[in-house]
Write a protein that binds this ligand. Sequence first.
Ligand SMILES: C[S@@+](CC[C@H](N)C(=O)[O-])C[C@H]1O[C@@H](n2cnc3c(N)ncnc32)[C@H](O)[C@@H]1O
Length: 251
Amino acid sequence: MTTSTKPPVQGAAPQGAHDVDSASRAVREMFTSIAPRYDLLNHVLSMNIDRVWWNRTARTFSHILSRSDAKILDLCCGTGDMTFALRRRAGGANPKIFGADFSHAMLERAAQKSLGTTLQWIEADALRLPFPDDSFDLVTSAFGFRNLADYDAGLREIVRVLRPGGEAGILDFSEPGGLMGKIYRVYFKHVLPKIGTLISGVRGPYAYLPASVERFPEPDEMRARMKHAGFSDASWTPYTFAIAGLYRAKK
Ligand SMILES: C[S@@+](CC[C@H](N)C(=O)[O-])C[C@H]1O[C@@H](n2cnc3c(N)ncnc32)[C@H](O)[C@@H]1O
């Protein structure tokens, strides 16, 4: 039973997209177009809170990251900052950590930033992962899942590649309530798209960002979808006045 006030959606729907394939294509083109400025924009627009969120998410999974036999996948890894947070938290245990994304340009930046590490980057669509069933102990995704063109298919794919007992952590934006929510919405809908467009030189993505958060299922509905996809114990922990939050679940 959910208390969501939003109509259920299949997944992300950038302007002009009319089905799952065209939505995926539009998302990939959008991230490829902003890849050269993505890191700078991220830090400016989030005032560096993103670093706190990635580290907090990594800390949540310390019990898996501290196992040297663990296999970890960071989905929609972009330029790799969530993946690096996992790596730092793992320390000397040195488990196998993969970052996967379908934008070649984003992965190129991740690879440049990770020279000398054991991280492995894979160019792959989160809806069709090139991994066998039961491959990973942990699958994370930071600010990527919301961009999938089919949320249920994305969840099923995460369940498929997780080992029984494996865990998932999906970090993404949310919509804070109350006065904080009102102030934040002005920033997110009106200020952020202007700064984003100015720095990146590309208009679409920073108008798409607030629209995609508005469209994304609310926590109750996401938890219900996670259970339906085959997860148990689905929970949501708000971060920083619920501007973002972490979904956590087990296979
Ligand atoms: C907002 S960025 C997040 C990057 C990184 N995780 C972070 O926290 O900075 C979203 C990323 O998701 C990727 N993405 C979106 N849909 C995808 C899909 N279906 N398969 C693989 N990657 C996808 C995009 O290419 C982009 O790099």
